[in-house]
Write a protein that binds this ligand. Structure first.
Ligand SMILES: Cc1cc2nc3c(=O)[nH]c(=O)nc-3n(C[C@H](O)[C@H](O)[C@H](O)COP(=O)(O)OP(=O)(O)OC[C@H]3O[C@@H](n4cnc5c(N)ncnc54)[C@H](O)[C@@H]3O)c2cc1C
Length: 485
C-alpha cells in the first residue's frame, strides 16, 4: 500500500472504538480510512455460527448496557442502519443454592422490595445514582477531567471507591443482597477486596435500572455493522483483511489512531517514541483472561429459580464469599474449581438467533492471564448446580481458552477482555498517565482503544475522545496541508 498521503487520517483497527474514532473524524469533514486486520469489522463485537447452522453466537461481547447508554452512540442514527435493542424481561438474576434467585429488575423499587430488610440500604446506595444516571455516565465514561457534575462526582465517588467485598458486608445483613453486589463487582476482574471494585457494581446496577441490559437484535455484530454503515454514509473508507505491520503501510501524512493494545502500538510504532514513553507502554498491566464457552441448546437452560428463566444475564457463583474466593484465586494465578460464571441467554428475548424452539447460551469465567486450561467442565458444573438437567440440553459447543481469545483479537493480551487492568492506578490514566491519554509524544500518533479511558466495553467513547484529540492536533497543524507533520 503506498504512503500517498491521500487520507487526512487513518484508524488502525475497526473495533467499536476504531469505528467511533473514524466516524468522529469523518463527521468533521475529513477523509478517513480504517484498516482492519480481520475479514470483518467489529473487533470483539462480532457474531457467528460458531456451533451449528442457524445458531448465532456472540464471539466476544454479548450484553450491552454501555452500548445503549453511550452518549456517543446515542447521538448517531444507528437504528436507521439496523441496530435494534432487545430487552429481556429481567436484566439480571443471580441463583442461590436454596433454589431461589436474587434479581436486578428494571424497577429499582421492585428490586429493593425483594431484597427485604436490605431493601432500604439498596435504595440508599442506588437511588441517587439512578436518578442522575446521565450525569454519572458523563462523569465516568471519559478521561480524568474537572468534574462537570461535582455533586454527582462526590456522591458516586464516596461510595464507588470502596472495595466491593467490605462494602457489601457492611451495608447488607442478608446473603442475597451481598451476592448480588458480589456478582456485579466481579465484572471488575479483580479481587473484590481491592479499592473501587464497588464502582463496577454501582455502574452496572445503575444502568440496569436506568436503561436495562439489552442485546442487539441478531447479535452483537449489529453494533459495528450500523457504525460501519454510518461511517460509509459520511464518506469514510474501510479496508478489511488489511493488517498493519509498520507505519510505512499507512497512507496518510496526517494523524494515525491505533485501536490497539499498547503491545500492538509498540509493534508498529515503538521506534517513534522516546524511551520513557516506550517503557511506560511496556509496563502497561494486563489482568486475568477469560475462558469462553458457547452452546447450542435444544431447550432453554432449566434453571430451578424461575427468574433465571427470564433473565438476559445470569451470574453463577453462589454467595458473595464464593464469588470473592473465585476472583481471588484467579488473581493468584489459580484456576478455581468453582469459578464465577457469567451466562447470557440472548434467545429468550431474540428468537432470530437460533432455529425455532432452539437456543444459544454464552458463558465465560475468569482464568489466569494466558491460560490454556480447559474450563468447560467447571463452567458446566456451576450451571448444572443451579439448573439440574442443563447438560442434557446441549447439542453442540464451541470453546476458546484465554490464548485463543488473544488469537481471535490481539487486543486481548493473554485473554484479558478489558484490554488492561481497570484498577485505580490504570482506569483513568491508561495507557500512560499524561494530560491527554490519547495522544503520544509523537504528535501524529494517537491511541483510541479500550486501553485508553474510559476502558473496556462496547461504547465507543475512547474512540470519540481520541478522535477529538486528533482533530485538535489537525487544526493546530493546518488541516489540509500534508507534510506539515
Ligand atoms: C469474550 C468477551 C466478552 C465481552 N463481553 C462484553 C460485554 O458483554 N459487553 C461489553 O460492553 N463489552 C464486552 N467485552 C469487551 C468489549 O468487547 C471490548 O472492550 C471492546 O470490543 C473494545 O473495543 P475496541 O475498539 O477498543 O477494541 P477491539 O474490539 O478489540 O477491536 C480492535 C480491532 O483492531 C484490529 N487489529 C488488531 N491489530 C491490528 C493490526 N495490526 N492491523 C489492523 N487491525 C488490527 C482487531 O482485529 C480488532 O478488530 C467482551 C470482550 C470479550 C473478548
Amino acid at each position: 500500500m503506498p504512503t500517498d498521503g491521500s487520507f487526512d487520517a487513518v484508524v488502525v483497527g475497526a473495533g467499536p472504538n476504531g469505528l467511533a474514532a473514524a466516524i468522529t473524524i469523518a463527521a468533521a469533514g475529513r477523509r478517513v480510512l480504517v484498516l482492519e486486520a480481520a475479514a470483518e469489522v467489529g473487533g470483539a463485537a462480532r457474531s457467528a455460527e460458531l456451533t451449528l447452522p442457524g445458531f448465532i453466537h456472540d464471539v466476544g461481547s454479548a450484553v450491552h448496557p454501555l452500548g445503549l447508554a453511550s452518549p456517543f452512540f446515542r447521538g448517531l442514527p444507528l437504528e436507521r442502519h439496523g441496530l435494534h435493542w432487545v430487552h429481556p424481561r429481567v436484566p439480571l438474576a443471580h441463583p442461590l443454592d436454596d433454589g431461589s434467585a436474587v434479581v436486578l429488575h428494571r424497577s429499582l423499587e421492585r428490586t429493593a422490595v425483594e431484597l427485604g430488610r436490605d431493601g432500604a440500604a439498596y435504595r440508599w446506595l442506588l437511588e441517587p445514582l439512578v436518578h442522575a444516571w446521565e450525569a454519572v455516565l458523563d462523569t465516568f465514561l471519559g478521561p480524568l477531567r474537572l468534574p462537570r457534575h461535582p455533586w454527582i462526582m462526590a456522591r458516586f465517588g464516596s461510595r464507588a471507591l470502596a472495595p466491593a467485598y467490605g462494602a457489601a458486608r457492611l451495608l447488607f445483613r442478608g446473603h442475597r443482597a451481598r451476592a448480588l453486589i458480589g456478582g456485579l463487582a466481579a465484572h471488575a476482574i479483580q479481587p473484590l477486596e481491592r479499592p473501587a471494585t464497588l464502582a463496577f457494581a454501582l455502574m452496572l446496577a445503575t444502568l440496569g435500572h436506568a436503561v436495562g441490559w439489552p442485546s442487539p437484535r441478531g447479535g452483537a455484530r449489529a453494533i459495528p455493522e450500523a457504525l460501519r454503515a454510518h461511517l460509509l454514509d459520511l464518506g469514510g473508507e474501510i479496508r478489511t483483511a488489511a493488517p498493519v505491520r509498520s507505519l510505512a503501510e499507512i497512507p496518510t501524512t496526517g494523524p494515525v489512531l491505533f485501536d490497539l493494545a499498547p503491545r500492538g502500538v509498540l509493534a508498529i510504532a515503538g521506534d517513534r517514541f522516546p524511551d520513557r514513553y516506550r517503557r511506560a507502554l511496556e509496563r502497561y498491566r494486563h489482568g486475568p483472561g477469560v475462558y469462553k464457552l458457547d452452546l447450542a441448546l435444544d431447550a432453554p437452560i432449566p434453571w430451578t429459580a424461575a427468574a433465571c428463566r427470564e433473565a438476559g444475564t445470569v451470574h453463577v457463583g453462589g454467595t458473595l464469599d464464593e464469588v470473592a474466593a473465585a476472583e481471588r484465586a484467579v488473581w493468584r494465578g489459580e484456576h478455581p474449581a468453582r469459578p464465577f460464571v457469567l451466562v447470557a441467554q440472548p434467545t429468550l428475548a431474540d428468537p432470530t438467533r437460533a432455529p425455532e424452539g432452539k437456543h444459544v447460551a454464552w458463558a465465560y469465567c475468569h482464568v489466569p492471564n494466558g491460560s490454556e486450561r480447559d474450563m468447560r467442565a467447571a463452567i458446566e458444573g456451576q450451571i448444572e448446580r443451579f439448573a439440574p438437567g442443563f447438560r442434557d440440553t446441549i447439542r453442540a459447543a464451541h470453546t476458546m481458552h484465554a490464548q485463543q481469545i488473544e488469537r481471535f483479537d490481539p487486543n486481548f493480551v493473554g485473554g484479558d477482555i478489558a484490554t488492561g487492568v481497570q484498577d485505580l492506578g490504570q482506569l483513568f490514566t491508561r495507557p500512560v498517565a499524561r494530560r491527554d491519554p490519547y495522544g503520544t509524544p509523537d504528535g501524529r500518533l494517537f491511541i483510541c482503544s479500550a486501553a485508553t479511558p474510559p476502558g473496556g466495553g462496547v461504547h465507543g467513547m475512547a474512540g470519540y475522545f481520541a478522535a477529538r484529540s486528533a482533530l485538535r492536533a489537525m487544526d493546530r497543524a493546518g488541516p489540509r496541508r500534508p507534510g506539515t507533520w
